[in-house]
Every structure is written in C-alpha cells, then in structure tokens.
Write a protein that binds this ligand. Structure first.
Ligand code: RFL
Ligand code: PHB
Length: 391
C-alpha cells in the first residue's frame, strides 16, 4: 500500500487532517486501531473555539454543527457561594465558543471521509513507524489479522497519548515536559436539562465541579475526585448530592437531576513532547501534548496542529518551499505552550489539592476575586478560553 500522507489515528486530529488533505487534492490513508462504533461513542470534549468552528465549516464539515451546536457567549465562575459571569464577546471584541461534542465532530468527519475521502481503515492497528527520517517513511500495521506496510511520503501521528508514533522519535532527540495532578475528574452524562444556560466552573472547599451540557435535554457534569478513583464506587445519588454541595449559591439556583447514562474517571496531566517533528514524521494532537481538561483546550489544539500541517504541505506543493513544513514544530509549540499555561492556571485556580494549606485556599479566592473585579484579569481569561489565533 502507498499514499502521500499516512495518518495514524481517527480521532479528531486524524479525521480532520484527512478531510483537509482531501480538499487540497492530497491523498491519505487513515489507520485506526479501534472500530467505528467505539470512536463515535467515546465521551470527551464539548467546547469548540471560534477558530475550530471556522475550520470545520470551511472544510465542509460544519452543516450539522451549525444546526445543532450551541453558541455560548460566556461562562460562570462560582466560588464562596457567589456567581460571576465572564462575558466573552464584550471582553474579546466578539469571540464566543460553541458547545458541540467531540463524538459528533467525529461522526460528521467519518461520514464525510467514507463518502468522499480516501481510505479510512478501522481495526487497523499501527505497530511501528519506520525510517521516519528517510524520504519514504513506512507504517507497519495489522489489519484483519494480517500484517501490512503503508509506504508514505509523510506520516502524521494522530494516535493520541498512548499511540506508537511518538516512540519513533529517537530518545536522544526527545524532550518531555510533564506534570501530573493528585486528582481526576469523575464525568457523568445525564438525561437532565442543563441547570444553567452556560457552563459553570465551581471552586469549592470540597473540590472542583463543572456543569456542562450536550443538548437542551442532556447534561454533562464533572466532579474532582482523588486520583485513581473507581467510577463504579460512586452511586448516582451521591454524585447528585455532591454536585449540589459544590455548586451551591446564595440565591434560588437549583440543580436539575435525571438518570445517569454514563460514568467514567479521567486522570489529569500536563504533557508536552518536543520536538513535534522528526524527519518526515509529524506528531499532532494528544500524541504530542496533553492538557488537563479544565481549559477545554485539547481538541482545539489538535485542530490547530493539523491545520498547520495541511497548510504547510499545501504551501510546499504550491511554491516548492519547505520552509513552513520545517517550522511545523516551533509553530505548533508556541500555541501549545499558551494552552498549557492557561490549562494549568485554570486547574490550579479551581481544584483543591489534597492537604493544600489554608494559605492556598485564600490565594485561590483572591485570584478569583481579581478576575471578578478587574477587566484586565477577566479579559486575559476570556481571550485564552475563546482561543488563540492560528499563525
Ligand atoms: P484521540 O482523540 O485520542 O484519538 C487518537 C486515535 O488514535 C487511535 N490509536 C491508534 N490507531 C492506530 N494505531 C495505533 N497504534 C493507535 N493508537 C491509538 C485511538 O484509538 C484514537 O481513535 O486524539 P486526538 O485526535 O489528538 O484528539 C485529542 C482530543 O481527543 C482530546 O485532546 C480532547 O478530548 C481533550 N478534551 C477536551 N478538549 C477540548 O478541546 N475541549 C474540551 O471541552 C475537552 N474536554 C477532554 C475533555 C478530554 C477528556 N478526557 C476523557 C481525556 C474532557 C475529558 C473528560
Ligand atoms: C465538556 O462538556 O465535556 C467539557 C466542557 C468544558 C471543559 C471540559 C469538558 O473544560
């Protein structure tokens, strides 16, 4: 098998890249280790930055998003029983975000790829990337019980944090920057109308809570839990009681309850692999970097990476200049580190580390009150949340 761009992984990064390349007349093959149903059901991100929305729309993948996505012009910060709304358009000159689940983005891109694009193979597990620094890198993979080789001009590793692509970068050339947090998120999906029309990020002495949504009838809720918590150890009743406690206010706001339909725990980590390129192997999305979900940046970063790659390859084909492709890693990393910084700030602003001294509680409250009182501080949050521009 031969192609121009071999793409490992059919998450948002790999699927969008295949679409962008197809639109530019560049061939690709996507290898995905899991089956289609698994990829389409995996509950994850919910927030799309304006730039992500624009890219999906321009790629011809925005039709259902435009119909079903919910435009949000702000978020609420909740602390010490108080509520503070951050008004995005007013602070950023018009930016907003869109609530449209990652599952739906993937469904839309898979349907388009299967209808119009190049090969997208499910149950096709990449085993290794070989000769990454030669003219013709290869992906060894297993599909339907048989081993095969995909010969490529370029390989893009969009295979997430646990993938194989990153391992093809020689250890002596890799640098890893990492931080883990002593807590995770218990996430639930519930058949309950959202209890607020915008997302609520709550700091509480008992820990962080987040109220998000998937549709006018489905809520997505998260609770900070100790690292290593088993989701099954939380009874639905206890989840609702704990959400009630952490989201409490002094006014008559009430949490809507409903049947819980899914429950899982996500660990929290910050991780960056530098460089994001080795020869003709390019890393994109979670394969190269992880942010804790508090800033809602993971999927948006993945989109930024593949847009940067696709534009650079189109530029090379149009002008003969590899300048942009050569700058891929530095270009992506500038944006990645801004998102790392913001996600870290949001995480340390809102979570309560086990055993944190009371001093830290007061500092968190002071930071939150500063955001509520200072337009400059609030603008900084709004600009970062709605997204940094693509270069
Ligand atoms: P993915 O989505 O992990 O996709 C990687 C794909 O590669 C496949 N794969 C392989 N295929 C072939 N051969 C191999 N050897 C392979 N190894 C792996 C996998 O099966 C998979 O299909 O990575 P990608 O495309 O880079 O996308 C990244 C995003 O999924 C991730 O950053 C976000 O979900 C993070 N995230 C959020 N991001 C946001 O922008 N906004 C949010 O609101 C947001 N909320 C979240 C989140 C992530 C969460 N979790 C569960 C980590 C909330 C949560 C709870
Ligand atoms: C979600 O809806 O899943 C979601 C929203 C905001 C975040 C993280 C997750 O910061």
């Amino acid at each position: 098998m031969r192609t121009t761009v071999g793409i490992i992984g059919a998450g948002p990064a790999g699927l969008l890249l295949a679409r962008l390349l197809h639109n530019a007349g560049i061939g690709s093959v996507v290898l995905e280790s899991r089956d289609r149903a698994y990829v389409e059901q995996r509950q994850r991100a919910g927030i799309l930055e304006q730039g992500t929305v624009d890219v999906l729309r321009a790629a011809g993948a925005g039709e259902r998003m435009d119909r079903e996505g919910l435009r949000h012009d702000g978020i609420e910060l909740r602390f010490a029983r108080e509520r503070h709304r951050v008004d995005f358009p007013a602070l950023t000159g018009g930016s907003s975000v869109t609530v449209y689940a990652q599952t739906e983005v993937c469904k839309d891109l898979i349907a388009l790829q299967l209808k119009e694009g190049g090969p997208l193979l499910f149950d096709a597990e990449a085993l290794a990337v070989e000769d990454a620094d030669s003219e013709h890198p290869r992906v060894r993979f297993r599909h339907e019980g048989r081993e095969d080789v995909l010969e490529c001009d370029y390989v893009v590793g969009c295979d997430g944090f646990w993938g194989v692509a990153r391992k093809a970068v020689p250890a002596g050339l890799s640098r890893v920057f990492e931080r883990t947090y002593p807590f995770g998120w218990l996430g639930v999906l519930a058949d309950a109308p959202p209890s607020h029309d915008e997302l609520v990020y709550a700091r509480h002495d008992r820990g962080f809570a987040l109220l998000s949504m998937r549709s006018p009838t489905v809520s997505r809720l998260y609770l900070q839990v100790p690292e290593g918590t088993d989701a099954g150890s939380w009874r639905d009743e206890d989840i609702w009681d704990e959400l009630d406690r952490r989201l409490e206010t002094d006014d008559d706001w009430r949490l809507e309850r409903g049947p819980v339909t899914a429950k899982s725990v996500t660990p929290m980590r910050s991780f960056v692999h530098e460089p994001m390129r080795h020869g003709r192997l390019f890393l994109a999305g979670d394969a190269a970097h992880i942010v804790p979900p508090t800033g809602a940046k993971g999927l948006n970063l993945a989109v930024g990476d593949v847009v940067t790659f696709a534009r650079a390859l189109v530029h090379l084909r149009a002008t003969g200049s590899a300048e942009r492709l050569d700058a891929y890693s530095e270009t992506c990393l500038r944006r990645v580190w801004q998102a790392e910084r913001f996600s870290y700030d949001m995480t340390t602003l809102l979570h309560r580390a086990p055993g944190a001294p009371p001093f830290e509680d007061r500092i968190q409250l002071a930071r939150l009150r500063r955001i509520a009182a200072s337009r400059a501080a609030e603008t900084d949050l709004a600009e970062a949340y709605t997204g940094f521009p693509f270069e």
